[in-house]
Write a protein that binds this ligand. Structure first.
Ligand code: SF4
Ligand code: F3S
Ligand code: FES
Length: 244
C-alpha cells in the first residue's frame, strides 16, 4: 500500500536557506530516510543528507523531524498520519554545511578534551579485575552511537552559542561520569567535570535522556551521580577532612 506524503525539507547552506515543499511516494514499512533517498532519486538529486548504516547504529543521520531531534533511519513513516505534513530540518545546535548536513566538530573537540582511561601504572594488561556490577554500569553508557541528538537538544547550548566554550554537553559529561565510576581509573575527574566541562550548567531538564535513541538514562545514571560526587567533594565536611 502506498500513498503520497507532503514533506517540507530545509534547503540551504551557511549563508541561509528555506523550507522547500515536496510530494513524495511512501510505501509500507518505510522510514523517513527512505523518503529522503526517493527525493534524491526523483526530484532533488543535490539534496545533502548524511547517513551510513540505515540501522540506527552509526549515528550519522541525525536531524529534526517536526522539530524533534531524531534519527532519520529509525523514524517510521507510520509514526505520522498520512495527511500530515512532515518537516525535516538540520540539527539546530550545529552550523549547517548544506541542507540536512551539519558541522558537528564541536563534539569532536569536546571528546578530545576528556582525558582517556588511566589504569594504575603497575597493572599490566591481563591483570585487570572488575566486579560484574562495575562492568554492567559502564555498559549502559557504551551503547552510545554518538548521534549527538542529546548534544543538540540540551538547552545550555541549543540557543546559547556562547556556552559552547565552557560546556561539554551531556554526551561527554556522561563519558566523564563513566570513567569516574570505573574502579581502575586513577584520574581524578570530579573537579574537572565542574571546572573545565561545565557540569554546573546542567540543571537536570532531562531533554537529553528523552531523545536518546539508545534509551541511555543519561541524566539519572550519569549526570546526577557525577553531580553528587562534586557536591560530596566540595561540601561534605568528612570528605574534606579526609582529603586534608
Ligand atoms: Fe546519541 Fe544517546 Fe549517545 Fe547522546 S548519549 S550521543 S543521544 S546515543
Ligand atoms: Fe542538558 Fe540533559 Fe542536563 S538536556 S540540562 S544535559 S539533563
Ligand atoms: Fe546510521 Fe541512521 S544511518 S544511524
Amino acid at each position: 500500500m502506498s500513498y503520497k506524503a507532503n514533506f517540507r525539507i530545509w534547503r540551504g547552506d551557511a549563508e541561509g536557506g528555506d523550507l522547500g515543499d515536496f510530494v513524495v511516494e511512501v510505501n509500507e514499512g518505510e522510514v523517513v530516510l527512505d523518503i529522503i533517498h526517493r527525493l534524491q532519486a526523483t526530484q532533488a538529486p543535490d539534496l545533502a543528507v548524511r547517513w551510513n548504516c540505515k540501522a540506527g547504529k552509526c549515528g550519522s543521520c541525525s536531524a529534526e523531524i517536526n522539530g524533534r531531534p531524531r534519527l532519520l533511519c529509525m523514524t517510521r513513516m507510520s509514526t505520522f498520519a498520512e495527511d500530515e505534513t512532515i518537516t525535516v530540518t538540520p540539527l539546530r545546535t550545529f552550523p549547517v554545511i548544506r541542507d540536512l548536513v551539519t558541522d558537528v566538530s564541536y563534539n569532536y573537540i569536546k571528546a578530545r578534551e576528556v582525558p582517556s582511561f588511566k589504569p594504575p601504572e603497575d597493572l599490566k594488561p591481563g591483570e585487570y579485575r572488575m566486579q560484574q556490577v562495575d562492568v554492567e554500569r559502564s555498559q549502559e553508557f557504551r551503547k552510545c552511537i554518538e548521534c549527538f541528538l542529546c548534544q543538540n537538544v540540551c538547552h545550555v547550548v541549543r540557543d546559547h552559542e556562547e556556552n559552547k566554550q565552557a560546556y561539554s554537553g551531556p554526551r561527554f559529561l556522561m563519558r566523564i561520569s563513566e570513567l569516574e565510576m570505573h574502579p581502575l581509573d586513577t584520574e581524578d575527574r570530579v573537579e574537572t567535570a565542574q571546572a573545565d566541562h561545565g557540569l554546573g550548567f546542567c540543571n537536570i531538564t532531562k531533554c537529553c535522556t528523552d531523545v536518546c535513541p539508545e534509551n541511555i538514562q543519561i541524566t539519572d545514571n550519569a549526570l546526577i551521580p557525577l553531580k553528587e560526587r562534586v557536591a560530596d567533594r566540595r561540601y561534605d565536611p568528612l570528605q574534606r577532612l579526609f582529603r586534608r
